[in-house]
Design a protein around this ligand. Structure first.
Ligand SMILES: N[C@@H](Cc1c[nH]cn1)C(=O)NCC(=O)O
Length: 467
């Protein structure tokens, strides 16, 4: 095999895009290990502190559709770089202010930059990798983001405690600036397209012009706004209205939502991951310590095991869904049912669930995170190329909406039982609270089955086979 048949540039572009995503995760979780330091720095209570996290999540989820629209207009490189600049500006504000209102503005900027990054990276990959490689590359991308979460928190907490608040956050901003500068000279939307610097100078370099992707197609730069489907992106012909002249935002959204495969992808992102997010983001520690009565150390051990289980599942599911692409929606159904089943067994266990059952719980529930990545594969198979940014953003909202609903219902159910404070936590109260996840799974599973049938009929009509 010649060097020309094994292009290096896709790996280089992917490497820089992944580092940009890891930095986004570092920014996202930069307050995770700094709760007390943040309270002291701004003089705020725990409720105000939790507002930082909630605002950031709401900004992230709320911006997915606008960012997806901009992604289709300006391309992944511009969006990844803009995201990086927004996040580093947010961290510079965080580093320098003492006013809590400005700190909230800083978190809004960080949330907005974060919202630009993941879906842009996911949108970039089909331009550089072959259809069979994508499930693996997508999973490794998400998996490395998790590593970022694991390794970023400690160094930042250490930097803040040794060098102080300002230097710690300015340091994060400096790393972000470095990656943005590297991104400006490495990232390219597709083979044949220039880097950000080349486009600014109006001169596309030789490396960019001669670039080849693993997708086995020549440069897509000369193709029209809507190219043929070289990586199983659906042809525009199959989508009513999409071939019309450039449409406004609402019309584009309506056209997209008429495609059953896109709706199927949304529910695939909605159903499997929320239970893992609920455990890891908020309710894991209160349940294990206040509900089951474990020590904080045992509880932290279980949550760390959950992160490892999620990474192992990602590394396994990538090759599996690449090999059995035609069965990928069944993988989602089986994965979601397994997550629900293990929770039902834990909730119905007579008395306090033994440690072994909790170990099974934290090994199975996190599988939902990587399973939800299949949503992006399904979305890509059903979306015209010029709508793929919007579709990716729309689909990426699914898991976040389900997580916000579950987190809210669990808190509400605890409050309604008078068990909303740590001193009132009890196992029966947590049983009812976690049982509120069941209707969310049932809704998601029912919608997946419904949209699967509709997608099947749509595919028959348009002579397509991959669901
Ligand atoms: N489904 C998650 C990614 C994931 C993979 N494994 C565990 N989680 C997702 O969509 N993430 C979006 C993001 O911005 O990180």
């Amino acid at each position: 095999m010649t060097a020309a048949r094994r292009p290096l540039l896709p790996w280089l572009v992917w490497g820089v895009a992944v580092v940009a995503y890891v930095i986004a995760v570092v920014n996202r979780s930069s307050l995770a290990a700094l709760g007390p330091a943040t309270q002291e720095h701004f003089g705020i209570d725990a409720t105000a502190l939790s507002m930082f996290a909630v605002i950031q999540l709401v900004v992230y989820a709320g911006l997915q559709i606008p960012v997806g629209t901009l992604l289709d207009r300006f391309g992944p490189t511009a969006m990844i770089l803009s995201g990086g600049i927004l996040m580093l500006t947010g961290q510079l504000v965080m580093a320098t202010v003492h006013d809590v209102r400005l700190a909230i503005l800083a978190r809004v900027l960080v949330g907005a930059g974060d919202a630009c990054t993941f879906i842009s990276v996911i949108r970039l990959l089909p331009e550089w990798f072959a259809l069979r490689q994508l499930p693996v590359v997508n999973q490794i991308t998400a998996l490395l983001g998790q590593v970022g979460q694991l390794i970023s928190v400690m160094p930042l907490a250490l930097a803040v405690s040794v060098f102080g608040w300002t230097v710690g956050f300015a340091g994060v901003a400096a790393v972000g600036l470095l990656i943005a500068l590297i991104g400006a000279v490495v990232l390219r939307d597709a083979p044949g397209r220039g880097t950000a610097v080349e486009r600014m100078l109006g001169r596309i370099g030789r490396m960019s012009r001669g670039a080849r992707s693993f997708a086995g197609h020549e440069s897509t730069a000369e193709l029209g706004a809507v190219a043929p489907p070289p990586t199983e992106l659906v042809s525009i012909v199959g989508v009513r209205g999409a071939a019309a002249p450039p449409a406004g935002f609402w019309r584009r959204l309506r056209i997209l939502l008429r495609i059953p495969g896109v709706r199927l992808a949304f529910w695939i992102h909605f159903t499997p991951p929320f239970a893992a997010n609920v455990l890891l983001l908020l309710w894991g520690t209160p349940f294990f310590t206040g509900g089951v009565g474990l020590s904080p150390t045992a509880s932290a051990g279980l949550l760390s095991l959950a992160v490892v289980a999620s990474m192992v599942a990602g590394a396994t599911l990538g090759p599996l869904t690449s090999r059995f692409m035609e069965r990928r929606v069944w993988v989602v159904l089986v994965g979601s049912c397994a997550v629900m089943l293990v929770w039902v067994v834990t909730l119905l266990w007579p008395g306090s669930p033994p440690f072994a059952v909790l170990v099974v719980l934290v090994l199975v529930v996190p599988v939902g995170g990587p399973t939800s990545m299949i949503a992006f594969e399904v979305a890509r198979s059903h979306t015209p190329r010029s709508y793929l940014g919007l579709a990716t953003g729309f689909v990426n909202m699914g898991g976040f909406i389900a997580t916000l609903i579950a987190v809210f219902l669990i808190g509400l159910t605890l409050d309604l039982q008078g068990a909303g404070e740590p001193e009132n936590y009890s196992l029966p109260a947590f049983r009812w609270a976690f049982a509120t996840q069941i209707p969310i799974w049932l809704l998601g599973l029912a919608m997946i089955l419904l949209e699967m049938r509709r997608t099947g009929r749509w595919m028959n009509r348009h002579g397509r086979s991959l669901r």
